[in-house]
Design a protein around this ligand. Structure first.
Ligand code: BDR
Length: 359
């Protein structure tokens, strides 16, 4: 702790309120006072020297003038808030195994916090990471910071593109086509007619927006008797999607089916249908998977889940960064296939892909 010191009314006297030295300084007179004063000044100078040395070292490491002692691949998810991102983390670690690089995983607590994600990106640059693998949680706000980073070190996008991705490599689900697939599954479940609600996630969360776009386009192109109602974007990822779904179903009592664009929204819809609308047999196709969603699928509360492979997204994202670091040519877009999980194949999928199902 840095010593705090104050000028007394007599400028010749400095009082050092540093634990221990305060005891040295008193109102005794003469030689005793002089001896104690010199001890206090000695401790003060030693503390100041130690403090300033530490400050210099910290500034040097932040400024990046201190060469990083190891080769780091910074992996920055949209958030670290749920099991889906933890699967990405495990995949990223697996991608770096057996290489001279080490993965450093840092991300915001919530997918709606793009400010923190930018700070994590800047910190990765300040510590002289060799490469960055990032899932932009806001395709607009992260565009310029990621492009500036890509001018300095290799950058690979995972899960979600930027608004202006250009030629940055992207490793992700083909989300637009996954949205089209969800539309066909749901249209079949309601015999091609009726009102369908889409429960959206955050604005500029590109992966989920692409799913909603693919879903709406497939319905418009191939199912003219289906009317799609889009929910408003959530303001934060703390949104209560259960309450939002219940409110929309109350406002649209003629709803035949619901599509949710990711893990959080799907769990919210699942809880709403379990609590208030199960008897109405609203058909539901969700995206991503968890124990809650798998349980509801087994009970007949969910028609199908579009399940991604987050482990593979993380692993291939790091491998793509290694390609760039070792000057190997790689694809611009690496599509990671999804699984369609229904009651018919659920037991087999649970045995084959428990992690992808969030089990
Ligand atoms: C889920 O939300 C989206 O941002 C990801 O693509 C994934 O589907 C993770 O929370």
């Amino acid at each position: 702790m840095a010593p705090a010191f104050f000028l007394t009314e007599n400028p010749a006297e400095w009082i050092c309120y540093f634990p221990g030295t305060a005891l040295l300084y008193g109102r005794e007179g003469g030689a005793e006072k002089m001896r104690r004063g010199w001890i206090a000044i000695g401790i003060l100078l030693l503390s100041a020297a130690l403090f300033s040395a530490g400050l210099v070292r910290k500034l040097a490491s932040l400024r990046g003038s201190e060469p990083s002692s190891e080769r780091i691949i910074a992996v920055i998810p949209k958030a670290v808030e749920n099991s889906w991102w933890n699967q990405v983390r495990l995949g990223a670690l697996a991608g770096a195994q057996g290489t001279p690089y080490r993965v450093v995983w840092n991300g915001p607590a919530l997918e709606s916090d793009h400010i923190s994600q930018i700070i994590f990106l800047e910190h990765a640059l300040a510590r002289r990471s060799a490469a960055v693998v990032i899932a932009p949680n806001d395709s607009l706000a992260l565009s310029r910071p990621v492009e500036e980073a890509a001018a300095r070190i290799p950058c690979v996008l995972i899960d979600s593109p930027l608004a202006e991705t250009g030629q940055l490599p992207l490793v992700a689900t083909d989300n637009y086509r996954a949205g089209e697939l969800a539309a066909r599954l749901l249209a079949t479940a309601i015999d091609g007619r009726g009102k369908v609600l889409v429960i959206n996630h955050l604005r500029n969360s590109e992966s989920t927006e692409e799913r909603a776009r693919g879903f709406a386009a497939a319905m418009a192109d191939d199912y003219p008797e289906i009317r799609v109602v889009q929910s408003p974007y959530a303001e934060t990822s703390l949104m209560d999607y259960r309450a939002q779904t219940a409110e929309l179903l109350a406002r649209h009592p003629d709803t035949a089916a619901v599509f949710a664009v990711n893990l959080e929204t799907s769990e919210g819809v699942c809880r709403a249908l379990q609590r208030e609308y199960h008897a109405r047999k609203v058909k539901f196709v969700g995206f991503d998977s968890s124990a809650l969603l798998v349980g509801s699928l087994a009970d007949g509360g969910i028609e199908a889940l579009i399940v991604q492979n987050p482990f593979e997204i993380g692993r291939r994202g790091v491998r793509r960064a290694l390609d760039a670091l070792e000057n190997r040519q790689g694809e611009v877009f690496t599509a990671i296939p999804v699984f369609v999980v229904t009651r018919r194949n659920l037991e087999r999928m649970k045995r084959k892909f428990p992690a992808a199902l969030g089990l």
